[in-house]
Design a protein around this ligand. Structure first.
Ligand code: ATP
Ligand code: MG
Length: 558
């Protein structure tokens, strides 16, 4: 965390609480994902906030799986969430599950029934919705609202014991059908759902609703600051009502603005659609805004934490430009990435005065931004090279500081070469460029006296490794999907992936395969081409690199 920024509003609340000795100065937060999908960059904001607060105020954070909805939850998601939180650099205190509280929550419900504060309602979902009224009109009681406590206790136990089918009955809090807050008009507490739960199996056929589970789970854990997103503001009175009526630990709810980002969607439901309908290759497709997608793309945990720090914590919703995220990864990789050369669109360059069969080993620093350079790698130099097709022009315009007949450039880390001629095939495509090199012009010991304006990257043709390069663009064509009409999938950018099958890279990049641990995975700057990371699809025969981000912001707004 940077020291100089002012406190955000939640930090102000926490500091005030500590000053007042509330909860004896104890700070306990929780990150409460529902395990129904993979985490996305919006969750990273919540993770950084919850764990960051605890770190700053000497507190702790629980990882609590909010797993009260059996039909959408899976162990695969639980595992991925744990991997992602750890990868982001955070350690939770306890790993907990709302489903572990099902017995306790049942007892809480019985306690409310016993106080006359909850009742079993036989109405259908439609009848309940119709009787709730509108924001301007009060609701009407359903026929079961005044059942006796004894009857409610018996029916609720029968619901639990499996006497009734799905939807036959619900348990509702008895609060106020005329309340201006619709969430207080006798909200549902329990529903019947004959479904297998990823942890409790078939033990239960009734499950608590979010509003009855979340606050009580916070309270059971004695969470001091329960932080959630703005849409839960209208739920807060209910959160407090349950805690007051049950007279249990008074956790407090605070709301902040969720993260929205340009050119993407940020809801698990929509991300799941992209996966299921195969618009992407999976949750970890490098174009996805998921943590696993960003990781596979090559983002670092530090860049994501810096991003969350930069966007701050606000009370009003806005949309963050994805270029800020890209700025954060560039800022990190400019300091940490290892420099390598890769030719994405190759054309052959032959040095006619360099002995065929000779190989000279040149030395290149891994990271010129680091004081010690982080070591060197060997770069073989030979008479045949691959260079970038765009670095040659048949008829070069003025100020073209690369290759054309009569023009000279420096080959990075190596010699100056001058283009003498080129070869074309029958259809007129340039297939080879012929150059002479100047033996005295070697980088680091140049006594040639020749000066050139351009430096280009290259790879020895005799030593190059073939690689597949995947270039990514925005997943969606429009900036703000929330204001577009119709199905969000109509706005998918069909050109978001470009695969280059026959790129050539420095032979040293075979060592990238040894960098196995995702945390220590080295990222690369392919000189002049952008930042890249090795993809897990790689084999020694076929290296695959993902472009993390271009060197400069190339996205221009219309
Ligand atoms: P989604 O809408 O993507 O399904 P969710 O809110 O249902 O998200 P949960 O698993 O319930 O997902 O979220 C866990 C925590 O992360 C919650 O506290 C939630 O408020 C927070 N969170 C979810 N999305 C965002 C977001 N875009 N920005 C900030 N926090 C978020
Ligand atoms: Mg949710």
């Amino acid at each position: 965390m940077s020291e100089e920024r002012s406190l955000n509003f939640i930090e102000e609340i926490v500091e005030e609480d500590i000053r007042n000795g509330k909860n004896d100065g104890r700070v306990l937060t929780r990150f409460p994902p529902e395990p129904n999908g993979y985490l996305h960059i919006g969750h990273a904001k919540s993770i950084c906030l919850n764990f960051g607060l605890a770190q700053k105020y000497n507190g702790k954070t629980n990882l609590r799986f909010d797993d009260t909805n059996p039909s959408t939850e899976e162990t695969e998601y639980v595992d991925s969430i744990k991997t992602d939180v750890k990868w982001l650099g955070f350690n939770w205190d306890k790993e907990l599950y709302s489903s572990d509280y099902f017995d306790q929550l049942f007892d809480f419900a019985v306690a409310l029934i016993s106080k006359g504060l909850a009742y079993v309602d036989d109405s259908t979902a439609e009848e309940i919705a119709a009787s709730k009224g509108t924001p301007t009109e009060p609701g009407k009681p359903t026929p079961n609202r005044d059942r006796s406590i004894e009857e409610n206790l018996q029916l609720f136990n029968e619901m639990k014991d499996g006497v009734y089918p799905d939807g036959a009955k619900v348990l509702r809090a008895k609060i106020d059908l005329a309340n201006s807050n619709m969430h207080l008009r006798d909200p549902l507490m329990y529903r019947i759902k004959w479904a297998h739960h990823h942890r409790t199996g078939d033990k239960w056929c009734i499950y608590p609703m979010y509003d009855f589970a979340h606050g009580q789970s916070d309270s059971i854990e004695e969470i001091t600051h329960s932080i959630c997103t703005l849409e839960f503001i209208p739920h807060r009175p209910l959160y407090e009502w349950f805690i007051d009526q049950l007279n249990i630990f008074p956790s407090k709810q605070y709301e902040f603005a969720r993260l929205n980002m340009t050119y993407t969607v940020m809801s698990k439901r929509k991300l799941l659609q992209l996966v299921n309908e195969k618009h992407v290759t999976g949750w970890d497709d490098p174009r996805m805004p998921t943590i696993s997608g960003l990781r596979r793309r090559g983002y670092t945990p530090l860049s994501i934490r810096n991003f969350c720090e930069k966007i701050g914590v606000a009370k009003r919703e806005n949309i963050i430009d994805v270029s800020l995220l890209e700025f954060c990864i560039r800022e990190d990789l400019n300091k940490s990435a290892w420099r390598r050369m890769a030719v994405l669109d190759p054309i052959k360059l032959v040095i006619t005065n360099y002995p065929e069969g000779q190989t000279e080993i040149l030395i290149g620093e891994n990271n010129p931004e680091a004081e010690d350079g982080e070591g060197n790698r060997d770069i073989p130099f030979t008479n045949e090279m691959w260079i970038e097709r765009e670095d040659f022009m048949e008829i070069p315009p003025k100020k073209f500081f690369r290759l054309g007949v009569g023009l000279s450039v420096r080959l990075k880390h190596a010699y100056i070469v001058k283009c003498d001629s080129f070869v074309k095939d029958e259809s007129g495509n340039v297939t080879e460029i012929h150059c002479t090199y100047f033996p005295e012009s070697k980088s680091g010991s140049d006594t040639s006296g020749i000066s050139v304006k351009g430096t280009i990257h290259w790879v020895s043709a005799q030593n190059a490794k073939t690689a597949e390069i995947r270039l990514y663009d925005r997943l969606f064509k429009v900036e703000d999907l929330s204001i577009e009409e119709g199905d969000f999938k109509n706005y998918i950018n069909q050109d978001s992936l470009q695969v280059i099958k026959n790129a050539f890279v420095e032979p040293d990049l075979l060592n990238a395969l040894n960098q196995k641990s995702i945390n220590e995975h080295i990222r690369y700057q392919f000189i002049r081409k952008g930042y890249f990371a090795l993809d897990d699809d790689s084999t020694p025969e076929n290296l695959v690199f993902n472009r993390i981000v271009t060197l400069k912001d190339a996205w221009t707004k219309k």
